[in-house]
Design a protein around this ligand. Structure first.
Ligand SMILES: [Fe+2]
Length: 393
């Protein structure tokens, strides 16, 4: 009976959320787009960005060439791979102390999410950042924000979310609010050329998961998000193995970056599902990277959804020319295709750090993230979550 109420909540929320007039980031794309950042800043009437990026990027010749065209800027580089709320607060402090007037975040999801969380604090200076976690708690305009992804994976440049670690509890918290949508996404494939194969693989599987999970969430799905998901899945299947094998191919990198952007646009409306809920819980427990954990969990959760996901997975399989025929067979082939891609990129099928004694904690955290917000094909019981975790041992 409880499930009936959860489904009613999801359908009502979906009805409102699907029709919400969500602002879209302006995409500046193509090789060399990175050097248009000073022009983007100036045409927005801004003059002093806080640039949040890693020290390797900040020391590069390309960065120096781009930054030389800015009137002035302040740099913040100290972001860990799971950015904490304390880090977001330090970024917000640097923004205030240096009287910055906009954000430029350059990097993988950690840099983009940390800067997005800081921008939430800038919009609500009187509130604790902890109290802004959850859904629609910021509700006030954030500073002008330029997102520059250097991986094709998180899609954070196209989402209203920021995932940050609560360093007090070790849990990952999400700030979900339309005001966190970046104003501009700079998608320059040249920035992803040097990404090593294992990171290309893991971040690419994260983008694939965004597209698949958003497609499976029928109550929040729109025609537009469904079509973005189908396109993203097809483009990732076609390009990820190539990007893994030859990272220097700019066409392949460009296709991956655009697919990741499409997946981001889709899941910011249609949400993710248990792959993310479980991977977030496992990742926070053992300090594992997001993309790798997601890649391992993805085929296990899809298989556990069983019949409830067959129709949607079969549609994706047919769209990607992976299979033809009955739904059950197509869905099976689709999941097998994911396993094969994982295997070909050296991603294992299990998580070495996972311990049975932690199952209760992980299942609790995963259920808390997924229910009632994610309209997944199945609402898993604790026993079903334990079965999925057991399959990861
Ligand atoms: Fe993700």
């Amino acid at each position: 009976m409880k499930h009936v109420f959860i489904r009613i909540y999801q359908n009502i929320f979906g009805l409102v959320w699907r029709n919400f007039p969500l602002r879209q980031p302006k995409a500046v794309t193509g090789e060399g787009a990175f050097f248009k950042i000073p022009e983007i800043v100036k045409s927005a009437g801004k003059s002093h960005p806080l640039i949040v990026t890693g020290s390797r990027m900040a020391g590069s010749e390309d960065f120096k060439k781009m930054a030389a065209e800015l009137p002035t800027y302040t740099l913040f580089s100290n972001v860990e791979h799971d950015p904490s709320i304390a880090t977001a607060l330090a970024i917000a402090r640097a923004y205030d102390e240096n009287r910055c007037d906009c954000y430029i975040a350059i990097g993988g999801g950690s840099y983009l999410d940390a800067a997005k969380a800081a921008s939430a604090q800038a919009a609500r200076p009187g509130k604790s950042l902890y109290s802004l976690t959850g859904t629609m708690k910021v509700l006030k305009k954030t500073p002008f924000f330029v997102a520059v992804p250097t991986t094709a994976g998180t899609g954070s440049e196209a989402t209203v979310a920021s995932v940050v670690l609560d360093e007090r509890t070790g849990r990952k918290l999400t700030i979900n609010d339309p005001v966190l949508m970046p104003d501009v996404a700079v998608l320059d494939p040249a920035l992803t050329l040097t990404l090593p194969p294992h990171l290309t693989a893991e971040t690419g599987m994260d983008a694939l998961t965004h597209a698949i999970e958003a497609y499976l969430n029928i109550p929040y799905r729109t025609k537009k998000t469904a079509s973005l998901c189908r396109e993203a899945v097809k483009e990732i299947f076609a390009n990820l193995p190539k990007a893994y094998a030859d990272g220097a191919d700019i066409e392949t990198r460009s296709a991956m970056l655009l697919a990741s952007f499409k997946a981001g646009k889709a899941f910011t409306v249609a949400c993710v599902g248990y792959v993310h809920a479980i991977a977030h819980a496992i990742g926070a427990k053992y300090h594992l990277t997001h993309g790798r954990t997601i890649a391992i969990v993805l085929p296990k959760v899809l298989a556990a959804y069983g019949q409830s996901a067959e129709k949607s997975l079969a549609e994706l399989a047919r769209y990607c020319d992976i299979a033809r025929g009955q739904d059950a067979e197509c869905a099976k082939r689709f999941i097998a295709h994911i396993r094969n891609i994982n295997r070909s990129m050296g991603i294992p099928e299990t998580i070495a750090e996972l311990k049975e004694s932690d199952f209760a904690d992980i299942a609790r955290a995963a259920a808390k993230e997924a229910v009632p917000l994610y309209p997944t094909p199945v609402i898993f019981s604790q026993a079903e979550l334990f079965d999925i975790l057991r399959s990861l041992l």
